[in-house]
Design a protein around this ligand. Sequence first.
Ligand SMILES: Nc1ncnc2c1ncn2[C@@H]1O[C@H](COP(=O)(O)OP(=O)(O)OP(=O)(O)O)[C@@H](O)[C@H]1O
Ligand SMILES: [Mg+2]
Length: 441
Amino acid sequence: MIVKSLHFENYRNLNDNSIVPADNVNVIYGENANGKTNLIEAIWLFCGGHSFRGSKDSELINFDKSFFRLKMDFFAQDRDQTAEIIFDKSKKLIKINEVEKNSSSYLTEIFSAVVFSPEHLSLIKQGPNVRRRFLDAAICQHRIRYASLLAQYNRIINQRNALLKDILKNRELKETLSIWDDSLSIVGAQIIYERFGYIRQLRASSKAYHSGISGEKEELDISCICTAKAEENDSVEVIRDKLRNAFYSSRHEDYHTGYTSVGPHRDDFDIKINGISARRFASQGQQRSAVLSMKLSEADLLYRKNGERPVILLDDVLSELDNKRQDFLLNKVEDYQVFVTCCEESNKEQLQRGKVFYVKYLHLGKDTSIEINNIVGIFDMDTSTVSKHTREFLRVCEKENRIVNVSYELPKSYILYDFSGEYSVYLSPLNSATLLKRMAD
Ligand SMILES: Nc1ncnc2c1ncn2[C@@H]1O[C@H](COP(=O)(O)OP(=O)(O)OP(=O)(O)O)[C@@H](O)[C@H]1O
Ligand SMILES: [Mg+2]
Protein backbone atom coordinates (compact mmCIF):
# COMPACT_ATOMS: atom_id res chain seq x y z
CA MET A 1 0.00 0.00 0.00
CA ILE A 2 1.54 3.28 -1.08
CA VAL A 3 0.25 6.83 -0.58
CA LYS A 4 0.88 8.55 -3.92
CA SER A 5 -0.45 11.98 -3.00
CA LEU A 6 -2.38 13.61 -0.21
CA HIS A 7 -4.36 16.80 -0.56
CA PHE A 8 -5.64 18.58 2.50
CA GLU A 9 -7.85 21.59 2.96
CA ASN A 10 -8.73 23.23 6.29
CA TYR A 11 -7.47 20.16 8.16
CA ARG A 12 -6.52 21.50 11.62
CA ASN A 13 -3.67 23.98 10.92
CA LEU A 14 -2.90 22.51 7.48
CA ASN A 15 -3.97 24.96 4.82
CA ASP A 16 -4.90 24.07 1.28
CA ASN A 17 -1.97 22.02 0.03
CA SER A 18 -0.77 18.66 -1.31
CA ILE A 19 2.18 16.40 -0.70
CA VAL A 20 3.58 13.80 -3.07
CA PRO A 21 5.47 11.35 -0.87
CA ALA A 22 8.27 8.97 -1.79
CA ASP A 23 7.39 5.27 -1.97
CA ASN A 24 9.86 4.44 0.80
CA VAL A 25 10.75 6.79 3.69
CA ASN A 26 9.31 10.27 4.21
CA VAL A 27 10.67 12.49 6.94
CA ILE A 28 8.29 15.23 8.02
CA TYR A 29 10.46 17.78 9.64
CA GLY A 30 9.56 21.03 11.38
CA GLU A 31 9.40 22.91 14.63
CA ASN A 32 6.94 22.19 17.42
CA ALA A 33 3.31 22.94 16.60
CA ASN A 34 3.93 23.26 12.86
CA GLY A 35 1.52 20.48 11.95
CA LYS A 36 3.65 17.32 11.64
CA THR A 37 1.38 15.14 13.76
CA ASN A 38 -1.62 16.63 11.97
CA LEU A 39 -0.20 15.39 8.67
CA ILE A 40 0.29 11.85 9.99
CA GLU A 41 -3.19 11.97 11.50
CA ALA A 42 -4.65 13.03 8.14
CA ILE A 43 -3.21 9.87 6.53
CA TRP A 44 -4.44 7.71 9.40
CA LEU A 45 -7.96 9.05 8.90
CA PHE A 46 -8.16 6.94 5.73
CA CYS A 47 -7.92 3.76 7.87
CA GLY A 48 -11.49 4.18 9.10
CA GLY A 49 -12.36 7.84 9.39
CA HIS A 50 -11.19 8.48 12.96
CA SER A 51 -8.29 10.29 14.58
CA PHE A 52 -5.73 8.16 16.47
CA ARG A 53 -5.64 10.97 19.05
CA GLY A 54 -9.26 10.33 19.98
CA SER A 55 -10.33 13.76 18.68
CA LYS A 56 -13.89 14.43 17.60
CA ASP A 57 -14.47 15.07 13.89
CA SER A 58 -15.46 18.67 14.58
CA GLU A 59 -12.05 19.27 16.20
CA LEU A 60 -10.32 18.37 12.95
CA ILE A 61 -11.79 21.33 11.07
CA ASN A 62 -9.61 24.43 11.06
CA PHE A 63 -10.79 26.82 13.78
CA ASP A 64 -11.72 29.51 11.22
CA LYS A 65 -13.38 27.24 8.65
CA SER A 66 -16.59 25.30 8.38
CA PHE A 67 -15.36 22.09 6.74
CA PHE A 68 -12.26 20.01 6.04
CA ARG A 69 -11.46 17.95 3.01
CA LEU A 70 -8.82 15.26 2.53
CA LYS A 71 -8.15 13.49 -0.71
CA MET A 72 -5.66 10.69 -1.14
CA ASP A 73 -4.38 8.89 -4.22
CA PHE A 74 -2.89 5.55 -3.28
CA PHE A 75 -1.82 2.23 -4.72
CA ALA A 76 -3.45 -0.87 -3.24
CA GLN A 77 -4.77 -4.22 -4.46
CA ASP A 78 -2.58 -3.83 -7.56
CA ARG A 79 -4.22 -0.63 -8.78
CA ASP A 80 -4.33 3.13 -8.36
CA GLN A 81 -7.23 4.23 -6.16
CA THR A 82 -8.57 7.40 -4.60
CA ALA A 83 -10.40 8.14 -1.40
CA GLU A 84 -11.90 11.36 -0.14
CA ILE A 85 -13.17 12.47 3.26
CA ILE A 86 -15.17 15.68 3.60
CA PHE A 87 -16.63 16.80 6.91
CA ASP A 88 -18.76 19.91 7.27
CA LYS A 89 -19.70 19.83 10.99
CA SER A 90 -22.97 18.01 10.37
CA LYS A 91 -22.16 15.33 7.82
CA LYS A 92 -19.19 13.20 6.81
CA LEU A 93 -18.93 12.34 3.17
CA ILE A 94 -16.75 9.40 2.10
CA LYS A 95 -15.89 8.75 -1.51
CA ILE A 96 -13.92 5.74 -2.67
CA ASN A 97 -12.81 5.77 -6.28
CA GLU A 98 -15.33 8.60 -6.87
CA VAL A 99 -18.23 6.52 -5.50
CA GLU A 100 -20.04 7.89 -2.44
CA LYS A 101 -20.22 5.55 0.57
CA ASN A 102 -22.60 5.85 3.48
CA SER A 103 -20.12 4.78 6.15
CA SER A 104 -16.47 5.38 7.07
CA SER A 105 -16.10 1.66 7.69
CA TYR A 106 -15.68 1.12 3.93
CA LEU A 107 -12.30 2.82 4.27
CA THR A 108 -11.00 -0.06 6.42
CA GLU A 109 -11.45 -2.41 3.49
CA ILE A 110 -9.23 -0.44 1.15
CA PHE A 111 -6.53 1.24 3.22
CA SER A 112 -4.52 0.23 6.26
CA ALA A 113 -1.73 1.74 8.32
CA VAL A 114 0.02 1.13 11.60
CA VAL A 115 0.69 4.15 13.77
CA PHE A 116 3.15 4.73 16.57
CA SER A 117 2.72 7.83 18.70
CA PRO A 118 4.40 8.54 22.05
CA GLU A 119 1.13 7.69 23.80
CA HIS A 120 1.70 4.08 22.76
CA LEU A 121 4.51 3.90 25.32
CA SER A 122 1.65 3.30 27.74
CA LEU A 123 1.78 -0.27 26.40
CA ILE A 124 4.80 -0.76 28.64
CA LYS A 125 4.33 1.93 31.24
CA GLN A 126 0.70 1.38 32.17
CA GLY A 127 -1.56 -1.34 33.49
CA PRO A 128 -2.81 -4.60 31.91
CA ASN A 129 -5.99 -3.06 30.47
CA VAL A 130 -3.88 -1.04 27.97
CA ARG A 131 -2.09 -4.19 26.78
CA ARG A 132 -5.35 -6.15 26.56
CA ARG A 133 -6.85 -3.34 24.46
CA PHE A 134 -3.84 -3.39 22.12
CA LEU A 135 -4.03 -7.16 21.77
CA ASP A 136 -7.79 -7.24 21.24
CA ALA A 137 -7.68 -4.42 18.66
CA ALA A 138 -4.89 -6.19 16.75
CA ILE A 139 -6.69 -9.57 16.76
CA CYS A 140 -9.96 -7.93 15.63
CA GLN A 141 -8.14 -6.88 12.44
CA HIS A 142 -7.26 -10.53 11.82
CA ARG A 143 -10.42 -12.33 12.86
CA ILE A 144 -13.80 -10.74 12.32
CA ARG A 145 -15.34 -13.29 14.72
CA TYR A 146 -13.11 -12.14 17.58
CA ALA A 147 -15.02 -8.88 18.20
CA SER A 148 -18.25 -10.79 18.69
CA LEU A 149 -16.48 -13.23 21.05
CA LEU A 150 -15.36 -10.27 23.16
CA ALA A 151 -18.86 -8.79 23.18
CA GLN A 152 -20.33 -12.16 24.19
CA TYR A 153 -17.77 -12.63 26.95
CA ASN A 154 -18.39 -9.13 28.36
CA ARG A 155 -22.12 -9.73 28.39
CA ILE A 156 -21.76 -12.99 30.32
CA ILE A 157 -19.20 -11.60 32.77
CA ASN A 158 -21.55 -8.70 33.57
CA GLN A 159 -24.31 -11.20 34.29
CA ARG A 160 -21.99 -13.32 36.47
CA ASN A 161 -20.85 -10.23 38.40
CA ALA A 162 -24.46 -9.16 38.93
CA LEU A 163 -25.23 -12.63 40.26
CA LEU A 164 -22.21 -12.51 42.61
CA LYS A 165 -23.60 -9.32 44.10
CA ASP A 166 -27.03 -10.93 44.51
CA ILE A 167 -25.40 -13.95 46.22
CA LEU A 168 -24.10 -11.57 48.92
CA LYS A 169 -27.76 -11.00 49.85
CA ASN A 170 -29.15 -14.43 49.06
CA ARG A 171 -26.73 -17.36 49.50
CA GLU A 172 -29.08 -19.87 47.84
CA LEU A 173 -28.38 -18.33 44.46
CA LYS A 174 -24.89 -19.94 44.60
CA GLU A 175 -26.30 -22.99 42.80
CA THR A 176 -26.88 -21.01 39.60
CA LEU A 177 -23.30 -19.74 39.31
CA SER A 178 -22.07 -22.84 37.47
CA ILE A 179 -24.41 -22.07 34.53
CA TRP A 180 -22.53 -18.83 33.93
CA ASP A 181 -19.17 -20.53 34.50
CA ASP A 182 -19.92 -23.07 31.77
CA SER A 183 -20.78 -20.52 29.09
CA LEU A 184 -18.02 -18.16 30.24
CA SER A 185 -15.37 -20.90 29.93
CA ILE A 186 -16.51 -21.82 26.41
CA VAL A 187 -16.28 -18.23 25.11
CA GLY A 188 -13.31 -17.25 27.32
CA ALA A 189 -11.24 -20.25 26.12
CA GLN A 190 -11.60 -19.14 22.52
CA ILE A 191 -10.44 -15.63 23.43
CA ILE A 192 -7.40 -16.97 25.29
CA TYR A 193 -6.59 -19.33 22.41
CA GLU A 194 -6.68 -16.46 19.88
CA ARG A 195 -4.53 -14.26 22.10
CA PHE A 196 -1.95 -17.05 22.51
CA GLY A 197 -1.79 -17.45 18.74
CA TYR A 198 -1.30 -13.73 18.14
CA ILE A 199 1.33 -13.37 20.88
CA ARG A 200 3.24 -16.33 19.45
CA GLN A 201 3.56 -14.56 16.09
CA LEU A 202 4.14 -11.13 17.62
CA ARG A 203 6.92 -12.51 19.81
CA ALA A 204 8.92 -13.94 16.92
CA SER A 205 8.59 -10.89 14.72
CA SER A 206 9.16 -8.23 17.40
CA LYS A 207 12.20 -10.11 18.69
CA ALA A 208 13.78 -9.75 15.25
CA TYR A 209 12.92 -6.03 15.00
CA HIS A 210 14.18 -5.27 18.49
CA SER A 211 17.42 -7.07 17.79
CA GLY A 212 17.83 -4.92 14.65
CA ILE A 213 17.02 -1.63 16.42
CA SER A 214 19.37 -2.37 19.32
CA GLY A 215 22.24 -3.53 17.08
CA GLU A 216 21.77 -7.11 18.29
CA LYS A 217 22.49 -6.05 21.86
CA GLU A 218 19.07 -6.77 23.30
CA GLU A 219 16.57 -9.58 23.25
CA LEU A 220 12.87 -8.75 23.50
CA ASP A 221 10.53 -11.36 24.85
CA ILE A 222 6.77 -11.22 25.11
CA SER A 223 4.83 -13.82 27.07
CA CYS A 224 1.24 -14.28 28.11
CA ILE A 225 0.16 -13.99 31.72
CA CYS A 226 -2.94 -16.13 32.02
CA THR A 227 -4.91 -15.99 35.28
CA ALA A 228 -6.39 -19.42 34.51
CA LYS A 229 -2.85 -20.89 34.21
CA ALA A 230 -3.47 -22.08 30.65
CA GLU A 231 -0.37 -22.51 28.51
CA GLU A 232 0.43 -21.51 24.97
CA ASN A 233 0.40 -25.01 23.57
CA ASP A 234 -2.90 -25.98 25.17
CA SER A 235 -5.83 -26.85 22.93
CA VAL A 236 -9.08 -24.86 23.22
CA GLU A 237 -10.62 -27.78 25.15
CA VAL A 238 -7.78 -27.88 27.69
CA ILE A 239 -7.97 -24.08 28.12
CA ARG A 240 -11.73 -24.36 28.64
CA ASP A 241 -11.29 -26.92 31.44
CA LYS A 242 -8.54 -24.88 33.12
CA LEU A 243 -10.68 -21.74 32.92
CA ARG A 244 -13.66 -23.51 34.40
CA ASN A 245 -11.53 -24.84 37.26
CA ALA A 246 -10.13 -21.36 37.83
CA PHE A 247 -13.67 -19.91 38.07
CA TYR A 248 -14.52 -22.66 40.54
CA SER A 249 -11.43 -22.18 42.71
CA SER A 250 -11.82 -18.41 42.92
CA ARG A 251 -15.49 -18.56 43.92
CA HIS A 252 -14.87 -17.77 47.59
CA GLU A 253 -12.89 -14.67 46.78
CA ASP A 254 -15.49 -13.66 44.17
CA TYR A 255 -18.36 -14.01 46.69
CA HIS A 256 -16.65 -11.41 48.87
CA THR A 257 -15.76 -8.93 46.18
CA GLY A 258 -18.82 -9.38 43.95
CA TYR A 259 -16.43 -9.49 41.01
CA THR A 260 -14.96 -12.27 38.81
CA SER A 261 -11.26 -12.30 39.68
CA VAL A 262 -9.93 -14.66 36.96
CA GLY A 263 -10.42 -14.99 33.21
CA PRO A 264 -9.31 -13.24 30.03
CA HIS A 265 -10.64 -9.90 31.33
CA ARG A 266 -7.83 -10.04 33.95
CA ASP A 267 -5.06 -11.50 31.75
CA ASP A 268 -1.99 -9.62 30.65
CA PHE A 269 1.24 -10.06 28.73
CA ASP A 270 4.74 -9.49 29.98
CA ILE A 271 7.40 -7.59 28.05
CA LYS A 272 10.98 -8.37 28.96
CA ILE A 273 14.26 -7.02 27.61
CA ASN A 274 17.26 -9.28 28.18
CA GLY A 275 15.18 -11.30 30.63
CA ILE A 276 14.07 -8.44 32.89
CA SER A 277 10.80 -6.53 33.10
CA ALA A 278 10.73 -3.65 30.61
CA ARG A 279 8.22 -1.71 32.68
CA ARG A 280 10.29 -1.77 35.85
CA PHE A 281 13.86 -1.66 34.56
CA ALA A 282 14.14 -0.57 30.91
CA SER A 283 15.47 2.89 29.98
CA GLN A 284 13.33 5.35 27.99
CA GLY A 285 15.09 4.45 24.75
CA GLN A 286 14.75 0.72 25.43
CA GLN A 287 11.04 1.07 26.16
CA ARG A 288 10.54 3.09 23.00
CA SER A 289 12.47 0.49 20.97
CA ALA A 290 10.36 -2.32 22.41
CA VAL A 291 7.04 -0.64 21.58
CA LEU A 292 8.31 0.24 18.12
CA SER A 293 9.34 -3.36 17.54
CA MET A 294 5.83 -4.45 18.50
CA LYS A 295 4.26 -1.87 16.18
CA LEU A 296 6.47 -2.87 13.25
CA SER A 297 5.56 -6.49 13.95
CA GLU A 298 1.89 -5.54 13.90
CA ALA A 299 2.53 -4.31 10.36
CA ASP A 300 4.29 -7.58 9.42
CA LEU A 301 1.39 -9.64 10.75
CA LEU A 302 -1.12 -7.55 8.80
CA TYR A 303 0.96 -8.07 5.68
CA ARG A 304 1.06 -11.82 6.28
CA LYS A 305 -2.71 -11.85 6.59
CA ASN A 306 -3.73 -9.48 3.79
CA GLY A 307 -0.83 -9.81 1.37
CA GLU A 308 -0.72 -6.00 1.42
CA ARG A 309 1.81 -3.96 3.40
CA PRO A 310 0.20 -1.28 5.58
CA VAL A 311 1.70 2.21 5.61
CA ILE A 312 3.79 2.88 8.72
CA LEU A 313 3.24 6.20 10.52
CA LEU A 314 5.82 7.01 13.17
CA ASP A 315 5.10 10.15 15.15
CA ASP A 316 7.95 11.54 17.18
CA VAL A 317 9.77 8.22 17.52
CA LEU A 318 13.29 9.46 17.01
CA SER A 319 13.71 11.47 20.20
CA GLU A 320 15.31 9.47 23.03
CA LEU A 321 16.84 7.06 20.53
CA ASP A 322 20.59 7.04 19.89
CA ASN A 323 22.02 7.47 16.39
CA LYS A 324 22.21 3.76 15.62
CA ARG A 325 18.61 3.15 16.63
CA GLN A 326 17.45 6.18 14.63
CA ASP A 327 19.44 4.93 11.66
CA PHE A 328 17.66 1.57 11.80
CA LEU A 329 14.25 3.22 11.68
CA LEU A 330 15.14 5.66 8.93
CA ASN A 331 17.09 3.33 6.69
CA LYS A 332 16.51 -0.32 7.53
CA VAL A 333 12.74 -0.76 7.57
CA GLU A 334 12.52 -2.22 4.11
CA ASP A 335 9.59 -2.62 1.75
CA TYR A 336 7.21 -0.39 3.67
CA GLN A 337 6.21 3.18 2.96
CA VAL A 338 7.12 5.01 6.16
CA PHE A 339 6.27 8.51 7.40
CA VAL A 340 8.41 9.75 10.30
CA THR A 341 7.97 13.11 12.02
CA CYS A 342 10.85 14.83 13.79
CA CYS A 343 12.05 18.20 15.07
CA GLU A 344 15.81 17.59 14.94
CA GLU A 345 17.51 18.96 11.86
CA SER A 346 20.17 16.24 12.07
CA ASN A 347 17.57 13.51 11.47
CA LYS A 348 16.87 14.61 7.93
CA GLU A 349 20.57 14.32 7.14
CA GLN A 350 20.62 10.71 8.37
CA LEU A 351 18.13 9.69 5.72
CA GLN A 352 19.82 7.64 2.97
CA ARG A 353 16.79 7.38 0.68
CA GLY A 354 13.31 8.86 0.46
CA LYS A 355 12.07 12.43 0.89
CA VAL A 356 12.11 15.19 3.47
CA PHE A 357 9.07 17.42 3.93
CA TYR A 358 9.55 20.64 5.76
CA VAL A 359 6.43 21.82 7.56
CA LYS A 360 6.82 25.49 8.40
CA TYR A 361 4.42 28.41 8.56
CA LEU A 362 4.89 32.13 8.32
CA HIS A 363 2.78 34.31 10.58
CA LEU A 364 1.43 37.28 8.62
CA GLY A 365 -0.81 39.02 11.17
CA LYS A 366 -4.42 38.70 12.39
CA ASP A 367 -3.83 35.06 13.48
CA THR A 368 -3.05 34.02 9.92
CA SER A 369 -0.18 31.72 9.05
CA ILE A 370 0.63 30.34 5.64
CA GLU A 371 2.86 27.51 4.57
CA ILE A 372 6.33 28.73 3.67
CA ASN A 373 6.81 26.14 0.93
CA ASN A 374 4.01 27.72 -1.10
CA ILE A 375 5.11 31.35 -0.96
CA VAL A 376 6.05 32.57 -4.41
CA GLY A 377 7.21 36.03 -3.35
CA ILE A 378 6.86 38.83 -0.77
CA PHE A 379 6.60 42.42 -2.01
CA ASP A 380 6.27 45.81 -0.33
CA MET A 381 3.16 47.86 -1.02
CA ASP A 382 5.09 51.09 -1.21
CA THR A 383 3.24 52.67 -4.14
CA SER A 384 6.38 54.25 -5.54
CA THR A 385 7.81 50.80 -6.26
CA VAL A 386 4.61 49.02 -7.33
CA SER A 387 4.65 48.86 -11.09
CA LYS A 388 1.65 49.35 -13.33
CA HIS A 389 1.81 45.66 -14.17
CA THR A 390 1.62 44.71 -10.47
CA ARG A 391 -1.27 47.09 -9.82
CA GLU A 392 -3.11 45.46 -12.71
CA PHE A 393 -2.35 41.99 -11.33
CA LEU A 394 -3.68 42.97 -7.89
CA ARG A 395 -6.82 44.42 -9.48
CA VAL A 396 -7.49 41.10 -11.25
CA CYS A 397 -6.94 39.19 -8.01
CA GLU A 398 -9.38 41.50 -6.22
CA LYS A 399 -11.98 41.00 -8.92
CA GLU A 400 -11.62 37.23 -8.62
CA ASN A 401 -11.84 37.35 -4.84
CA ARG A 402 -8.33 36.05 -4.42
CA ILE A 403 -7.12 38.71 -2.01
CA VAL A 404 -7.07 38.01 1.72
CA ASN A 405 -6.49 41.03 3.91
CA VAL A 406 -4.90 40.04 7.21
CA SER A 407 -4.21 43.61 8.24
CA TYR A 408 -6.34 45.96 10.37
CA GLU A 409 -4.22 48.91 9.25
CA LEU A 410 -2.96 49.90 5.87
CA PRO A 411 -1.15 46.83 4.49
CA LYS A 412 2.60 47.20 4.14
CA SER A 413 3.26 44.17 1.94
CA TYR A 414 1.60 41.60 -0.22
CA ILE A 415 2.48 37.93 -0.40
CA LEU A 416 1.94 35.92 -3.52
CA TYR A 417 0.85 32.43 -2.55
CA ASP A 418 0.49 29.32 -4.70
CA PHE A 419 -2.68 27.38 -3.77
CA SER A 420 -1.93 24.16 -5.68
CA GLY A 421 -1.44 26.01 -8.98
CA GLU A 422 -3.77 28.97 -8.31
CA TYR A 423 -2.35 32.24 -7.05
CA SER A 424 -3.74 34.10 -4.07
CA VAL A 425 -2.58 37.33 -2.47
CA TYR A 426 -2.32 38.07 1.23
CA LEU A 427 -2.10 41.68 2.43
CA SER A 428 0.00 41.93 5.58
CA PRO A 429 0.57 44.73 8.09
CA LEU A 430 4.25 43.76 8.22
CA ASN A 431 6.81 44.86 5.66
CA SER A 432 8.69 42.43 3.46
CA ALA A 433 11.98 42.75 5.39
CA THR A 434 10.26 41.65 8.66
CA LEU A 435 8.50 38.76 6.93
CA LEU A 436 11.67 37.59 5.19
CA LYS A 437 13.52 37.72 8.50
CA ARG A 438 10.77 35.62 10.12
CA MET A 439 11.07 33.12 7.29
CA ALA A 440 14.80 32.83 7.80
CA ASP A 441 14.44 32.27 11.59
N1 LIG B 1 -8.83 22.47 14.45
C1 LIG B 1 -7.68 23.15 14.43
N2 LIG B 1 -7.58 24.33 13.72
C2 LIG B 1 -6.43 25.02 13.68
N3 LIG B 1 -5.31 24.63 14.32
C3 LIG B 1 -5.34 23.49 15.01
C4 LIG B 1 -6.52 22.69 15.11
N4 LIG B 1 -6.25 21.61 15.86
C5 LIG B 1 -4.97 21.72 16.24
N5 LIG B 1 -4.42 22.85 15.73
C6 LIG B 1 -3.06 23.35 15.88
O1 LIG B 1 -2.18 22.68 15.04
C7 LIG B 1 -0.87 22.93 15.53
C8 LIG B 1 0.07 21.84 15.12
O2 LIG B 1 -0.23 20.65 15.80
P1 LIG B 1 0.64 19.32 15.63
O3 LIG B 1 0.26 18.45 16.77
O4 LIG B 1 0.52 18.75 14.28
O5 LIG B 1 2.12 19.90 15.83
P2 LIG B 1 3.52 19.14 15.61
O6 LIG B 1 4.20 19.77 14.45
O7 LIG B 1 3.32 17.69 15.60
O8 LIG B 1 4.29 19.62 16.93
P3 LIG B 1 5.25 18.80 17.94
O9 LIG B 1 6.63 18.83 17.35
O10 LIG B 1 5.18 19.62 19.19
O11 LIG B 1 4.71 17.42 18.10
C9 LIG B 1 -1.01 23.15 17.04
O12 LIG B 1 -0.52 24.42 17.39
C10 LIG B 1 -2.49 23.08 17.27
O13 LIG B 1 -2.96 24.05 18.18
MG1 LIG C 1 3.65 16.22 16.98
